[in-house]
Design a protein around this ligand. Structure first.
Ligand SMILES: Cc1ncc(COP(=O)(O)O)c(C=O)c1O
Length: 396
C-alpha cells in the first residue's frame, strides 16, 4: 500500500543510524551508557528544567512522578476525562482514584470548572504525614479522600492554561504533575508562564517518546523537574531502588523503568531535529487550515493563542448536519481511500474500570468526543498527501 497515508509515524533522517551503530560497536546497549546521560542532559536544557530522568515510557514516568509527589493508596488525583488512558491508569497504579474533569475548547482540562470543583467541593484538613509532621491537605467533601495531586494533560500539543489553577493548587497543597507526553516543544507566549515550556511548571512533568510522538526513541519517557530530591529519588525508584548494589539491599520497592542506551541514542538524534519538525508541522497545519475552512461543516481545531504550539496532532471537527457525514462515516470514507484517521479517546469516566469514579459536570468533552477525528500529521507528510486528504474530505 505505497499510497497509504498513516496518521502519525516517525521520520528517521538524521544521526539515528550513526548513534545506534556506536552503541552496538561499543556494546553499550543496556540501561547504562553515554547516550542515556546525553539524552537526559539535552532534554533538561531544551525544556529549561534542572533535571531530567529517562524512563522506559511515558506511562512509567507518570507512575513514578505520582509516587514522588506523595500520592498514596486511597488518595484522589484530578484528571481530565479526555486523555489517553495511560494518564488515568498511572493513578490506579498508585492505588489512588481519579476524579474526572471536563475539557475546554482546546481539548485540555477545563481549568475554570476544575477551580470551581476545588473551591466548592473540597476542604482543608490538618493531616499527619510521615515523620510525625502535620500538613494542611485538601479533602473531597463528597468522598472524604485526600486530593493529593492533579494531572493537567497538554492534549495534542496544546498548552493547558495553568496561570490561575497553579495558584489555587499551591494554596490547596495539591501537587501538579504535567502530562506533557504530547507537547514537547510547546512554550507559553503569554501570561505569567511566558517563555516556559510545558512540563516545566508543575512539581514534575512527564514526556513520551513513543513512536507516534513528535520525536521518538522507539519507546521511552522522561521525568523533568527543578527539584533535586525528586530527580534523585526518580533515578533510585526507576533502577530497582538499589541501596547497596553490591549486596543487593533494596529498602524500597523499585521498578525496572530505565531507558536503554540504544533507545536514548535514537532519542538524541531525534531531538536534534525537533526544531525543524515543529516548523514542518506548523506549515502542514496552515495548509490544511487554508483548505478545510472552505469546506462547509468542517473545521480544523484552533490551537491556543497564548502558546507557541508544537502542532503534534491535528483535530478535525465535524458538524454532521452541515457536512452530511458523521465522524464514523467520514472515518470509513478516508479508510476506503487509504487514509488513516482516528477518533479521540473514549472518555475515561465511561470506561468500565472507571465508571464508578467521580466526574464533575462533563459536557464539553462529550461534544469534542462526538465531533472530532484526528487526521494525518506525520512530519514526513508530503504536500500531495495533504491535498489528497483535502480532496477526499471534499467528496460528500
Ligand atoms: C497524553 C498521554 N499520556 C501518556 C502517554 C503514555 O506514554 P507512553 O506511550 O510512552 O507510555 C501518552 C502516549 O502514548 C499520551 O498521549
Amino acid at each position: 500500500m505505497s499510497d497509504f497515508i498513516p496518521l502519525s509515524v516517525p521520520s528517521i533522517k538524521g544521526n539515528e543510524w550513526k548513534y545506534i551503530k556506536e552503541c552496538l560497536d561499543t556494546e553499550w546497549v543496556s540501561s547504562v551508557g553515554n547516550y542515556v546521560d546525553q539524552f537526559e542532559k539535552k532534554i533538561a536544557e531544551y525544556t529549561g528544567t534542572k533535571y531530567a530522568v529517562a524512563c522506559i515510557n511515558g506511562t512509567s514516568a507518570l507512575h513514578v512522578s505520582l509516587l514522588l509527589a506523595g500520592v498514596k493508596p486511597e488518595d484522589e488525583v484530578i484528571v481530565p476525562t479526555l486523555t489517553f488512558i495511560a494518564t488515568v491508569n498511572s493513578i490506579k497504579y498508585c492505588g489512588a482514584y481519579p476524579v474526572f474533569m471536563d475539557s475546554d475548547c482546546y481539548y485540555n482540562l477545563n481549568t475554570e470548572k476544575t477551580i470551581e470543583f476545588i473551591i466548592k467541593e473540597t476542604e482543608m484538613k490538618k493531616t499527619n504525614i510521615s515523620g510525625g509532621n502535620e500538613e494542611w491537605r485538601s479533602y473531597n467533601k463528597r468522598t472524604g479522600r485526600c486530593i493529593s495531586a492533579i494531572i493537567p494533560v497538554h492534549i495534542f500539543g496544546n498548552a493547558v492554561w495553568l496561570d490561575d489553577i497553579y495558584k489555587v493548587c499551591k494554596e490547596k497543597n495539591i501537587k501538579i504533575i504535567e502530562d506533557a507526553a504530547e507537547s514537547l516543544g510547546t512554550k507559553y507566549s503569554k501570561g505569567k508562564l511566558k517563555g516556559k515550556n510545558t512540563g516545566s511548571i508543575g512539581e514534575l512533568g512527564c514526556l513520551s517518546f513513543n513512536g507516534n510522538k513528535i520525536i521518538t526513541a522507539g519507546g521511552g519517557g522522561m521525568i523533568i523537574t527543578n527539584n533535586k530530591k525528586y530527580a534523585e529519588k526518580a533515578k533510585y525508584l526507576t533502577t530497582q531502588a538499589k541501596d547497596d548494589s553490591v549486596r543487593f539491599i533494596h529498602n524500597e520497592i523499585g521498578f525496572n523503568y530505565r531507558l536503554s542506551n540504544i533507545q536514548a541514542a535514537l532519542g538524541v538524534a531525534q531531538l536534534e531535529k525537533l526544531g525543524s519538525y515543529i516548523k514542518i508541522k506548523k506549515n502542514n497545519y496552515d495548509l490544511y487550515k487554508k483548505y478545510i475552512q472552505k469546506i462547509d461543516g468542517l473545521n480544523l481545531a484552533a490551537v491556543p493563542e497564548y502558546a507557541v504550539n508544537n502542532y503534534w496532532m491535528y483535530a478535525l471537527q465535524i458538524d454532521k448536519e452541515r457536512y452530511g457525514k458523521d465522524k464514523k462515516q467520514l472515518m470509513r470514507h478516508l479508510h476506503d481511500n487509504n487514509i488513516q484517521s482516528r477518533p479521540v479517546w473514549y472518555l475515561n469516566h465511561k470506561q468500565k474500570k472507571y465508571k464508578c469514579c467521580q466526574s464533575f459536570f462533563i459536557e464539553e468533552a462529550e461534544i469534542l468526543y462526538q465531533e472530532t477525528l484526528n487526521i494525518p500529521c506525520s512530519v514526513n507528510l508530503r504536500k500531495e498527501s495533504i491535498l489528497k486528504v483535502i480532496e477526499k474530505l471534499n467528496e460528500r
